[in-house]
Ligand binder design. Structure first.
Ligand SMILES: Nc1ncnc2c1ncn2[C@@H]1O[C@H](COP(=O)(O)OP(=O)(O)OP(=O)(O)O)[C@@H](O)[C@H]1O
Length: 954
């Protein structure tokens, strides 16, 4: 037994191969370059505009910061030390201003004197001496001023138990040696209470000490003396001289935010571009024509990398031009690589995002979300070494920086922090001045930041920071991780047509082009058995005899034309699987080489779905099709090499010209470069687009776009071409050019075409299949269909009104089944049933024998439109659709048929209402009326060619 491809009745003559991946890549890069040039404003904005704007902003901020740093104050004013103020307490927790111990007469005297002297300085009432406090657990019910307590331990433990309740604590220690009083005291001071002020250990503390000293001196001298001891201290700042080295802290702190933003402009643009191409099905279109998905991603990566490189170079140059310390003291290559790697990693991250969403709008929102998270990281996490390096503090879990390094902006923040720490330096806590860093050379990437430049945390630990090159490696890892995720998810997440590979596809040898001998050469009978045994079937009682014959041919193991469609079924389910729409029910038919099959059907009949399955856009629910020995279900990648598709909606790049479209698809299909120019001439001339070959597709009219789409589907001379409503929107002249192009092109090929034009189906279709509700209702050539479903022939005879009886007698004698449809002013119209067809030739010949009696005559066959309407009516016994009832009116004669001209009007009424209304209208206007109960109607668009060439009698 031989194989499918070997046994095909019509084997591929010369199977065209797709272009190699390298050629496809080259042609896509050329397309991307063209678009970058065409969208030059956007390109410039991403590469130069964004870095310029962000760097300029940073420069302005840096200058503003320098202006603040450069302020000088040669004579700051002096001010006296203030007094000690009452503690305020918090709304729910009162405070204790001062606890003191021991509670002796001397210490109480010191404190009372302190309160009295202090009140003069604060202007408040004097602090009161409260009763002793010994309850360690209790919190006072009101603010207390000066509380004697039992011991220093009490103060300590109370502060531990009730933090932030007590403002001051004093432990006195007084000894008299040789008549000399030695008074010592220790002050406990709650610095956190004033941590947000500028006076942590400043004036308040000194003022307190000064107040205590005054009190002690006063008491020890003579508390009753009129003149008390007074220690007046005036405090004055040193003159402020601008530092010689201005710190670049603004660039160090805000730089990551601004540089990250430069890259994010490209990031958002990439998300938008990829999703727009997805949304407009441009990528689908290219893939249907054989583009390998990996080539698409690679081309996008390479062309966007160019933008990233340009943006990184511009950023580094501007950094130097603006004299930022990071750029002045940092190695140019280190900075360039850092920016470039960030950009590259963010691009691949953008690719990853585009696999998760379908709409550009949603993608942009997702991109903005990522942008904001990145900004938060750069602005808060990496704004200073103290916070930025905390991830590498010994006490931080080591998994934290590893997990976070999956975010490209985390790695960038670390890189920039390293560079800016070494180039900008660090604030010397002691002197309050900036110590410039040693600079960042290329070799610095291998060593961690020196410990003197690293922060020391409150627990006296320093972070164990890895070298900068590790962050570069992590950026490369990010690219690899998101690249692989993109590659995987792009294939397993179903697109809007539901096409997706199984989750385990990487483990399928066929995915890698490895096919076992058995897979390469499936016995066609085996395949047929398998499809028949695995496919769902419907019980169909009322199938037309020709459709049944076609089904038998498709299911026959002895008949193998170029393509077979077997038990094809498509069910669309809603997201939750609650609603199902059966778009195709058990379709079986065959396709022969050199013959065009025209698919007709009402809207929603399932024509496009059939085309989409056969062209690999959407998977069949069950059943399969075999085209030139290849299975649509399993070998679509091979079929694509011999397939051309003109989808229902134009898939064109608005900013590419017609010529560039042909070059692009010729490149993807592997047409040799030398043939491209001739291809443009030949094909565009055929559809009359040559004059506009260099105009962009967005300037084309609807009909011009359709013509270009038809041409694209024929590039690479595919063996099978699917044309979904190819002439929609075309004027009659151009439609005929396209018809003649298709007519020539179909030689030696399979062409499947869907259309709503009966004329088109009549002219082009070697076979015509009519679908309704997902089922084939009729199939055959035009004449067969007309004979089978038409009402026969219609003849009109013009005679003298006075002699019309003679004519009637002649007609009834020669064609007994004829029915008179109209008789007015000597114009007789007869309908001849199909059964009388054999009598018609003799009848027509005879008419010439009645020269004086018959002045003129004409004959017409049932039109395809009448056949179509009949089949659709039969398929809809309950009414085709409430809003699609056919009502005919207008009595103008139709050229060539001597019949009144009818126009088709749709009414939004029910069947019976419409019929009644139509009858009423006709009665009123004396017009012919056809309702959906009438078997046929005349066509308004039957071509004269059909009437003559398809009519065997004329
Ligand atoms: N993606 C989809 N999801 C759900 N239902 C769909 C989908 N695509 C098509 N259908 C449904 O399947 C049926 C067949 O649609 P199809 O597009 O094949 O019809 P058609 O014959 O090509 O119609 P038209 O002449 O209007 O193009 C319709 O009822 C349609 O609503």
């Amino acid at each position: 037994m031989s194989t499918l491809s070997q046994q095909s009745a019509a084997p591929l003559r010369a199977r065209p191969a797709l272009a190699p991946a390298s050629t496809q890549l080259a042609v896509l890069l050329w397309r991307n370059a063209l678009l970058l040039v065409r969208y030059w404003r956007s390109t410039l904005a991403q590469t130069v505009g964004a870095p310029l704007v962000f760097m300029l902003l940073l420069f302005v901020l840096q200058r503003a910061d320098y202006a603040v740093q450069s302020v000088s104050n040669p004579s700051p004013p002096s001010a006296p030390l203030p007094g000690v103020y009452r503690c305020q307490g918090r709304s729910s927790i009162p405070c204790i201003n001062i606890m003191f111990t021991p509670a002796t007469a001397a210490t109480q005297s010191y404190m009372s004197t302190f309160a009295a002297l202090n009140a003069k300085r604060t202007g408040e009432t004097a602090l009161a001496l409260e009763g002793a406090w010994s309850d360690l657990a209790a919190i006072p019910s009101r603010n207390l001023d000066m509380v004697p307590v039992g011991s220093p331990d009490f103060i300590y433990n109370y502060a531990l138990r009730h933090p932030n309740v007590t403002a001051w604590g004093i432990t006195f220690n007084q000894a008299t040696t040789n008549g000399v009083n030695n008074v010592q005291y220790q002050i406990w001071y709650n610095s956190t209470r004033v941590a947000n002020s500028s006076d942590v250990f400043g004036r308040q503390l000194v003022a307190f000490m000064r107040g205590l000293d005054e009190a002690i001196i006063t008491v020890l001298n003579d508390p009753s003396a009129t003149v008390k001891a007074s220690i007046d201290v005036t405090v004055r700042d040193w003159p402020v001289v601008p530092p010689k080295t201005l710190s670049d802290s603004i660039v160090q702190n805000l730089g990551p935010v601004f540089f990250f933003s430069c890259v994010m402009v490209i990031f958002i643009n990439v998300v938008n571009q990829i999703l727009t191409e997805k949304e407009q099905k441009l990528r689908h279109g290219m893939e249907m024509m054989g583009l390998r998905p990996i080539v698409y991603w690679l081309s996008m990566f390479l062309s966007t990398s160019l933008l990233v490189l340009a943006s990184s170079v511009v950023t580094c140059i501007l950094g130097i031009a603006f004299q930022f310390a990071t750029f002045k003291n940092g190695n140019f290559a280190v900075l360039l690589v850092t920016f470039f790697l960030l950009g590259e990693a963010m691009i691949v991250f953008a690719f990853f995002i585009t696999t998760l969403v379908r709409r550009a709008r949603v993608g942009i929102l997702a991109g903005i979300f990522v942008f904001i998270i990145g900004l938060l990281f750069e602005s808060f996490v990496f704004s200073s070494g103290f916070v930025g390096y905390i991830w590498w503090k010994p006490t931080t879990p080591s998994a934290a920086p590893i997990v976070l390094s999956l975010l490209p902006f985390f790695n960038f923040g670390k890189c920039f922090l390293d560079i800016s720490t070494l180039t900008t330096g660090k604030l010397d806590e002691l002197t309050g001045t900036y110590v410039p860093g040693p600079g960042f050379s290329w070799s610095s990437i291998y060593s961690p930041v020196i410990s003197t430049l690293l922060p020391t945390y409150s627990d006296a630990t320093q972070p164990d920071v890895p070298a900068l090159v590790v962050s570069w490696y992590m950026l490369l890892v990010d690219m690899a991780v998101y690249g692989v995720l993109t590659w995987y998810l792009d294939r397993v997440i179903p697109d809007e047509f539901g096409a997706a590979l199984p989750l385990w596809f990487p483990f399928m040898p066929t995915f890698w082009g490895i096919e076992s001998r058995r897979q390469r050469s499936v016995e066609r009978e085996d395949w047929l058995d398998e499809v028949m045994s695995t496919s769902a079937r419907e019980k169909i009682d009322d199938e037309d005899s020709d459709v049944s014959v076609e089904r038998s041919r498709a299911l026959s193991a002895a008949f193998w034309p170029a393509a077979k469609i077997v038990h094809l079924r498509k069910v669309y389910s809603s997201l939750l699987g609650k609603e199902e729409k059966i778009a195709i029910k058990d379709s079986c038919f065959t396709l022969e080489e050199g013959k065009l099959l025209a698919l007709l059907g009402q809207n929603g009949a399932g024509k496009s779905t059939t085309m989409n399955i056969l062209s690999g856009l959407t998977p069949a629910t069950s059943g399969d099709a075999y085209i030139y020995g290849m299975s649509v279900r399993h070998q679509m990648h091979r079929i694509r090499k011999v397939m051309g598709v003109c989808p229902q909606h134009d898939i064109l790049f608005g900013d590419l010209t017609a010529r560039e479209h042909i070059y692009l698809y010729a490149g993807l299909k592997g047409v040799p470069r030398a043939e491209w120019a001739a291809l443009v001439e030949d094909r565009l001339q055929a559809v009359r687009l040559l004059k506009v070959a260099d105009q962009r597709a967005k300037t084309f009219s609807g009909g011009m776009k359709r013509r270009l789409s038809v041409v694209i589907s024929t590039i690479g001379d595919p063996q099978i071409v699917f044309l979904d409503e190819p002439t929609t929107g075309m004027d009659p002249v151009n439609r005929r050019h396209v018809w003649s192009f298709i007519e020539q092109f179909k030689q030696g090929r399979i062409v499947v075409l869907t259309t709503h034009s009966m004329e088109e189906a009549d002219v082009l279709g070697d076979r015509i299949a009519i679908m309704a509700h997902g089922r084939l209702r009729a199939i055959g050539n035009s004449v067969t269909l007309k004979n089978k479903f038409g009402a026969g022939y219609r003849i009109s005879i013009v005679t003298d009104p006075a002699r019309s009886d003679e004519v009637r007698a002649i007609v009834y004698t020669q064609v007994p089944g004829a029915t008179l449809e109209d008789d007015s002013a000597g114009s007789l119209i007869y309908q001849f049933p199909v059964s009388s067809t054999p009598l018609i030739p003799a009848f027509v010949r005879n008419l010439n024998n009645y020269e004086g009696l018959i002045k003129a005559w004409g004959i017409s066959q049932t039109t395809l439109e009448e056949v179509f309407l009949k089949i659709i009516r039969d398929a809809n016994p309950g009414g085709y659709a409430a809003d699609q009832l056919v009502v005919l009116d207008d009595a103008a004669p139709l050229p060539g048929t001597l019949r009144p001209r009818f126009s088709v009007r749709r009414r939004n009424t029910t069947r019976s209402q419409s019929a009644a209304a139509a009858a009423a209208n006709a009665a009123a206007a004396d017009k012919d009326v056809y309702t959906d109960a009438a078997p046929t109607s005349s066509s308004t668009n039957a071509s004269s060619r059909n009437n003559s060439s398809l009519n065997p009698l004329v």
